[in-house]
Write a protein that binds this ligand. Sequence first.
Ligand SMILES: Cc1cc2nc3c(=O)[nH]c(=O)nc-3n(C[C@H](O)[C@H](O)[C@H](O)COP(=O)(O)O)c2cc1C
Length: 214
Amino acid sequence: MPAADHAAAPRIVAIHASPRRAGNTSTLLDQAVAGARAAGAQVTEVVLRQLKISPCLEIYGCKKDGRCVIKDDFQGVCDLMLDSQGLMLASPIFFFALSAQAKLLMDRCQSLWVKKYWIDKQPFGGGVKTRQGLFISVGATKGPRLFEGALLSVKYFFDVLDMELAQSLLYRGLDFEGDVLAHPAYLDEARQAGANLAVKLAANLDTNPAATLL
Ligand SMILES: Cc1cc2nc3c(=O)[nH]c(=O)nc-3n(C[C@H](O)[C@H](O)[C@H](O)COP(=O)(O)O)c2cc1C
């Protein structure tokens, strides 16, 4: 049955974490979003460069209830992530790591780490993850270790969100805005990945209707 026929469409948050709105990662994410929507998902896009998100201040105000106490645009993004079954994160590689925009968001999710491991005392690495996500990244160079640092960060970011990293789309040798347009196979792959994620999440929703953290 196509996902669009399900009573409840899975909710996905798609996070654009490049400073360039029309850059390579955002173009790929646009494709993934289109694929997910065509497969019946409800996708909310977040463009981090348009938001005001403070770095984590390490004051641990979140120790009270797992909620970050800094009042800025993180709060809305956090609620969206918690109330979704799926996440797509698209960030370029900057100095073998994620973009600063992605890192700001990620560090503020330390509040969720505090909730999960200090307040709720969940065991590390335990539990079945019914929520899933997709990571899209691009770098200009071609070294074999280009994505290692970013992947490690993303793995633990998804863990605090109780999400499984279902697929990573990693493309080397793309530098200038629009470079990815010369690779229709990459665009097709991203569209397909978005559709696959939507279908998988819809199937999970059938068996576990409450698959969000809210
Ligand atoms: C601050 C900065 C740091 C970068 N660091 C790396 C790097 O470590 N390795 C690499 O291969 N490319 C690096 N790049 C190139 C970008 O990853 C590349 O241009 C990518 O296509 C940008 O993606 P976007 O268009 O989605 O923003 C860097 C670019 C910038 C602006």
